[in-house]
Design a protein around this ligand. Structure first.
Ligand code: 5AD
Ligand code: SF4
Length: 467
């Protein structure tokens, strides 16, 4: 495997335009980055589909809403292809994996349909489309999880420029079979990626100027259990901390069933591992948790966070909640509201239950109308808004170490960065730049973000390319 980091020149005349539209989770964002790297010899990323010769729509099927958006987007792009017939239109991700040939029936202009396991083969699939026409690859790859089976170095090339923070997949698929969830069917069984391969990728990213990595998987704290190594995740965090140039490490998503003392201790002891944990509870009532097949009770979840907070008193928690699981009663929903009051997540991602064809829950009786579930969701979100705002206010007048990721979204004259606890902070600073670690005094608490005043530089990292 070639370990040379390569940045093909932007003005390379032989490279065509590649537009990737990414829906859904961070794993999809990661897959999109990998695809652009696998294609980097022939394609450069462009910001709009109009400039592209190859268009890839990377899809999500975790709920019905995003799935609908995919077809709307593909139909729009089909119109564009009508007047530009040389354009290759491809779809990948979880909807492609599930829908297979139905995608071609619904979107006749489509040239290529492939699932998450075919991501490393995108280059040869595009070649086959050029030679033979329409292709589909939705096979699950047997064996381990490797992303190095092609001799393709990291290009580290995004439309926006060289990144400060990047994702690294450490695991694929999921074995948990929560009764509502489509992921085990679209991404296959859970498999851990070999540790040496992960560390090599982290090292390449660091060589390219990346300062922060987020390790990705559906159940990262079960990493390596499929190799029979119960300390693998802690070892991975330890070894990732030792990679020169890496300053911060995050990871998502953790599963409550795999929280233990070893995990809590590692999280507390490694200074580069950020005190932030995404640990979804999903529901507050034991009967619902059991029907969801989550593998823990509410009391066990609460014990875990109590233990985690004992080890890391400043630990910031975030979570996911599904409202209106089939058969969930109003009283059971109130137990969820009660649970988030008790937990006090710094941020919460909450959704109305969406029936996914082929899952166990989709067969259950679901008597509560969607309008009512939406009302429940609003109640929950209002509660969480208050909690998040209160927590944000507790940051006022504190000094935070912020890693600058780039310009603020709302005001390009300001910088945006994150605290170790994953809070977004916007602030003005004349002499700062992306990739700087600065101390910021928090002066204002907004509902979702913080505003600050820069007190000074902690460390300036010399980036490999302009940010
Ligand atoms: N309906 C609603 N939300 C879902 N999620 C997963 N499947 C469904 C579904 N069928 C949510 C869970 C998960 C997050 C990524 O998406 O809360 O943690
Ligand atoms: Fe889906 Fe449950 Fe696996 Fe998460 S742990 S991906 S919710 S089956």
């Amino acid at each position: 495997m070639n370990s040379i980091l390569k940045n093909p020149p932007d003005d390379s005349p032989r490279r065509s335009g590649l537009y990737i539209r990414t829906y859904g989770c961070q794993m999809n964002l990661y897959d999109s980055r990998r695809m652009s790297e696998f294609l980097a010899d022939d394609y450069r990323r462009v910001p709009t589909p109009e400039e592209a010769e190859l268009i890839v729509v990377n899809t999500c099927s975790v709920r019905e809403g995003p799935q609908h958006k995919v077809y709307a987007e593909l139909n729009r792009l089909s119109e564009h292809k009508k007047s530009n017939p040389h354009v290759i239109l491809a779809v990948c991700g979880c909807v492609a994996q599930q829908e297979k040939d139905r995608m071609f029936q619904k979107v006749p202009a489509l040239d290529l349909c492939f699932g998450p396991d075919a991501v490393p083969h995108i280059r040869e699939l595009v070649e086959r489309v050029k030679q033979e026409g329409r292709q589909r690859d939705t096979r699950f790859v047997k064996g381990g999880f490797h992303l190095e089976d092609q001799d393709v170095p990291l290009a580290l090339e995004t439309v926006e420029g060289s990144p400060v923070t990047e994702f690294v997949a450490i695991q694929k698929g999921c074995d948990k079979f929560c009764s509502y969830c489509i992921v085990p069917y679209t991404r296959g069984r859970e498999k851990s990626r070999p540790m040496e391969e992960i560390l090599r990728e982290i090292q390449w990213l660091a060589e390219g100027g990346v300062l922060e990595v987020t390790l990705l998987g559906q159940n990262v704290n079960a990493y390596g259990l499929d190799f029979g190594d119960e300390h693998a995740f802690s070892n991975l965090l330890r070894r990732a901390s030792e990679v020169p140039g890496i300053e911060r490490i995050r990871f998502v998503t953790s599963h409550p069933a795999h929280v233990n003392e070893d995990f809590a201790r590692t999280l507390a002891e490694l200074p580069k591992v950020c005190p932030y944990l995404h640990l979804p509870i999903q529901a507050g009532a034991d009967r619902v948790l059991e029907a969801m097949n989550r593998g823990y009770t509410r009391a066990q979840y609460m014990n875990h966070i109590e233990m985690l907070r004992r080890w890391s008193p400043n630990l910031a928690l975030s979570g996911d909640i599904i409202v209106g699981f089939p058969g969930e009663t109003y009283e059971e929903f109130r137990e969820t509201v009660d649970a988030i009051e008790e937990i006090r997540y710094e941020s919460l991602f909450s959704f109305v239950y969406s029936a996914r064809p082929g899952t166990k829950a989709a067969k259950l009786d679901d008597p509560v109308p969607r309008e009512e579930k939406l009302e429940w969701l609003h109640v929950l979100q209002d509660r969480q808004k208050r909690i998040t705002h209160e927590i944000n206010e507790s940051y006022l007048d504190t000094k935070q170490e912020v890693l600058i990721e780039g310009c603020s979204k709302k005001d390009t004259a300001e910088w945006m960065g994150r605290t170790p606890s994953n809070k977004i902070v916007n602030f003005p600073a004349e002499n700062a730049k992306g990739g700087d670690l600065v101390t910021v005094n928090i002066v204002q608490a907004m509902p979702n973000t913080l505003r600050g005043e820069c007190l000074g530089l902690v460390k300036s990292y010399s980036p490999k390319t302009d940010r």
